[in-house]
Design a protein around this ligand. Structure first.
Ligand SMILES: *[C@@H]1O[C@H](CO)[C@@H](O)[C@H](O)[C@H]1NC(C)=O
Ligand SMILES: *[C@@H]1O[C@H](CO)[C@@H](O)[C@H](O)[C@H]1NC(C)=O
Ligand SMILES: *[C@@H]1O[C@H](CO)[C@@H](O)[C@H](O)[C@H]1NC(C)=O
Ligand SMILES: *[C@@H]1O[C@H](CO)[C@@H](O)[C@H](O)[C@H]1NC(C)=O
Ligand SMILES: *[C@@H]1O[C@H](CO)[C@@H](O)[C@H](O)[C@H]1NC(C)=O
Ligand SMILES: *[C@@H]1O[C@H](CO)[C@@H](O)[C@H](O)[C@H]1NC(C)=O
Length: 311
């Protein structure tokens, strides 16, 4: 093969690969376009489904959960957010805004069993440290709480200077109580309280005695057998939050942490955040729409080029 022949051969070869490339595009482009359109349709369909507040949702193996519980994806739809719905063995729940997260062990319409892992470990290992804890759930601006299986314990610091007076006062105040002396530095006075007056015995405490409230799961055995890491919490929405929510609003707080009912003037059934989400989705739709238009133009251009090439 001479030089000219070689050059012509190379030229032909390059034109062939070019044609081949073009024909790959010929097949690939419509496919890409098709995919884009499919995505566009999917996004728009999703937008229509989600435009209302979810009536109920599932988290872990809890089904049919409703307001005031809320999903991890739409925490603003409720007051008590949940997280880790796929986590084993239990998802978590936050009862008070900004408060601690507990395991959600059982969930009911107006109560929830929560589990405290820290207390569980403490009870298992350094038992006396359990009395460093004190369970209290402050009422939030939206709801009030009532812990069912909680018991009053009185922790009295023992000092070398416990005068006879103080000792006398203690035994007067805690008449009829059990005393536990097995922890270093303090003694515990306790008895099973009958839930009538939550803070019975909590007034006018002897010097260096304080009230602590801990969950119990049994009243048999020794003191540590009484204690357990699980608490049944009853909750009740405040009237104003109840009215707000079922009137289509959203229970919120203002800067001073006072209750405020957020109502959207334009669309009373949809919250601000959902509108944000919808606009977000519209944007995705627009981008996809533009993408498919560009795609179409590119395809047409490519067909045009191939057409010219063949001629
Ligand atoms: C959910 O799962 C936990 C542990 O996996 C189990 O103990 C509990 O009974 C389950 N609850 C329901 C309602 O199935
Ligand atoms: C909990 O609420 C749902 C929906 O409002 C209702 O169908 C169900 O009967 C309630 N369960 C109890 C135990 O009140
Ligand atoms: C424990 O909490 C209760 C309220 O639930 C409170 O009255 C008490 O003073 C607290 N005790 C300590 C030691 O902080
Ligand atoms: C009470 O506690 C305080 C500090 O917590 C301590 O200074 C004081 O000596 C204690 N008094 C008695 C009588 O134990
Ligand atoms: C013991 O208490 C008395 C009065 O309550 C006080 O005068 C004395 O200093 C205290 N002693 C010690 C070692 O704290
Ligand atoms: C002991 O108690 C009596 C009254 O019960 C009181 O008058 C006295 O001041 C107390 N003494 C001390 C050291 O607290």
């Amino acid at each position: 093969m001479n030089m000219r022949g070689l050059i012509r051969y190379r030229l032909l070869q390059s034109q062939f690969t070019k044609l081949q490339l073009d024909s790959i595009w010929l097949w690939l482009l419509p496919f890409i376009c098709f995919l884009l359109f499919l995505l566009l349709i999917l996004v728009q369909a999703k937008g229509r489904n989600d435009s209302t507040r979810p009536k109920s949702f599932s988290c872990g193996n809890f089904t049919d959960l409703r307001f005031p519980y809320s999903t991890p994806t739409q925490p603003d739809c409720g007051i008590m957010p949940m997280s880790g719905c796929d986590a084993k063995p239990f998802p978590r729940i936050q009862l008070v805004p900004g408060g601690e997260w507990y395991y959600a062990l059982e969930m009911h319409n107006s109560s929830v069993w929560i589990g405290d892992t820290k207390l569980q470990t403490t009870l298992r290992q350094h038992k006396c440290q359990a009395f460093n804890k004190n369970f209290s759930l402050p009422n939030s601006p939206f709801m009030s709480f009532h812990m069912i299986n909680i018991n009053n314990f009185f922790k009295c610091i023992s000092s070398s200077n416990n005068t006879r007076n103080i000792t006398q006062k203690k035994s007067d105040h805690f008449a009829g109580y059990n005393m536990y002396n097995g922890c270093e530095g303090f003694s515990i006075y306790y008895k099973l309280s009958e839930d009538v007056d939550e803070y019975i015995g909590a007034d006018n405490l002897p010097t260096n005695c304080s009230l602590i409230r801990l969950p119990i799961h049994s009243s048999h055995g020794d003191l540590f057998n009484w204690l357990g890491p699980e608490i049944l919490v009853e909750w009740k929405l405040t009237d104003e939050c109840n009215e707000c929510h079922y009137g289509g609003g959203q229970c919120q707080t203002d800067k001073t942490n006072k209750f405020s009912c957020h109502k959207d003037a334009k669309t009373p059934t949809s919250s601000t955040d959902q509108r944000k989400e919808t606009t977000g989705r519209n944007m995705v739709g627009q981008i996809l729409g533009t993408g498919s238009k560009i795609c179409l133009i590119a395809a047409m251009y490519s067909y045009y080029r191939i057409f010219m090439h063949i001629i």
